[in-house]
Ligand binder design. Structure first.
Ligand code: GCO
Ligand code: MN
Ligand code: MN
Length: 411
């Protein structure tokens, strides 16, 4: 017997409740979690994929965030304002309506981002050879900053998208990067004035790297490349510019996301973080947090907790095409939020676990009182401590599966 659509939905509801581990909206609101308009609105389209879900607008997304307890919302300019309406009176009406929706549903706007990859104007990239394209890009960046201040955002994110090439020799990479820097310089200069006008602090401008897609070659493919770019001398306000690493983007090039985040922390530039999951050296599948690499995620959050990261955790994932439109709000987002919260709290357990702390302390102390020049003696004196490396990995696995809280298999 086949189930009606309502019966299928009830089944999803029943099984998701049976999974347990759900947090009430007021608990979810304690975390600085943001939900992107584009993630909720994603219809499942891709090069080989037809859309599978119906469109949703900002009112529907903001209302859902309010109900689910996702405290912050973020958007590209063109997620909510059609390109022809940008910088027109219609834009003002839309932005005012967004402001009303945010207030009504108790959601705040954390971040705005300028779409510089989708529209045909960006075919040759946001820092194209054509001065008209670059001048238009600057107008768009400044406009996005204005929208951000109007909506009370604290961050602007820049994913350069098509900043790269299909063919070598069309452009000089140093020139393209200079043009890109000029765009960011104009954005920062505009922000300084806009912030003063709005009597607000300037936004935190965060660069997001992705190693592949949508170009064959990307000029700033990793968070490390972004950090180098910030310090290249090309930026007039490097102090206003930080990074927005995306977990999967660092994994995609074969890096260790935790190490990439550590380098950004040391540079004082880890301001915003896109959370999702996926596979090494594959496409940008943007799977929801924790569904592929839960152990790695636990360790990433342990690092961020340990360093007092205070920025947003942005749910930049794409609900899979197999999830229905209703399922996006009924299951996908709440489950992603709850996995994040669980992993974050588990990271607290890793940090305070007495066994791990004993092991870390012993390793840091090492064997004492040794003759500095005697390599064999130093190696021999520390030899037994080395076993703690594997013990630590085992203990973290136990935390992940709850064995540190006496979860046992009675065999
Ligand atoms: C991706 C990118 C985007 C950006 C977004 C904000 O996964 O393709 O991460 O989702 O985060 O464009 O600038
Ligand atoms: Mn992202
Ligand atoms: Mn991605």
């Amino acid at each position: 017997m086949s189930l009606s659509s309502a019966q299928q939905s009830n089944l999803v509801e029943r099984l998701s409740a049976a999974c347990g581990g759900q947090y009430p909206a007021e608990v979810r609101r304690r975390y600085y979690i943001s939900g992107p308009q584009w993630a909720a609105a994603y219809e499942g389209q891709a090069l080989f994929h037809a859309p599978v879900r119906t469109p949703v607008n900002f009112e529907q997304v903001i209302r859902a965030w309010g109900e689910l307890g996702i405290s912050h919302w973020c958007t590209h300019d063109t997620d909510v304002i059609p390109t022809p309406d940008l910088m027109s009176p219609r834009q003002e009406e839309i932005v005012a309506a967004i402001g009303r929706a945010l207030r009504e549903h108790g959601v705040r706007c954390s971040m705005v981002t300028c779409e510089t990859f989708f529209h045909p104007v960006w075919v040759a990239g946001p820092a194209a050879e054509s001065p008209a394209v670059r001048a238009y890009a600057v107008r768009r960046l400044c406009n996005t900053i204005d929208i951000g201040h109007t909506l009370g955002a604290s961050f602007a994110v820049y994913w350069p998208g098509t900043l790269g090439y299909m063919f070598q020799g069309v452009s000089d990479e140093t020139e393209v990067l200079r043009h890109y820097a000029a765009g960011l310089n104009a954005a920062c200069a505009h922000d300084i004035k806009a912030a003063a006008r709005h009597k607000r602090p300037t936004l935190k401008h965060c660069l997001e790297a992705k190693p592949f897609e949508p170009q064959a070659e990307i000029l700033l493919p990793t968070t490390d490349a972004m950090l180098g770019f910030i310090n290249s001398g090309l930026l007039e306000h490097p102090e206003m510019v930080g990074v927005n690493p995306e977990y999967l983007h660092e994994l995609m090039w074969g890096g260790a996301p935790r190490a990439a985040l550590a380098r950004a922390i040391l540079a004082g530039k880890l301001w915003h973080f896109d959370i999702n999951d996926g596979y090494r050296l594959k496409h940008d599948v943007d799977i929801a947090v924790g569904l592929v690499n839960p152990l790695d995620w636990l360790m990433v959050l342990t690092l961020l907790r340990g360093h007092g990261y205070q920025g947003p955790f942005n749910l930049d994932y794409k609900p899979p095409r197999t999830t229905s439109r209703a399922g996006v709000f009924q299951f996908s987002f709440p489950a992603a939020v709850d996995r994040f919260i669980t992993l974050w709290e588990m990271a607290g357990e890793v940090a305070s676990d007495p066994i791990l702390n004993d092991a870390w302390k012993a390793l840091r102390q090492g064997a004492q009182g040794l003759e500095k020049a005697d390599a064999d003696a130093i190696a021999a004196a520390n030899a037994e401590l080395g076993t703690l490396h594997e013990l630590i990995a085992h203990r973290i696995f136990q935390v992940l599966i709850g064995q540190h809280k006496n979860r046992v298999y009675a065999l």
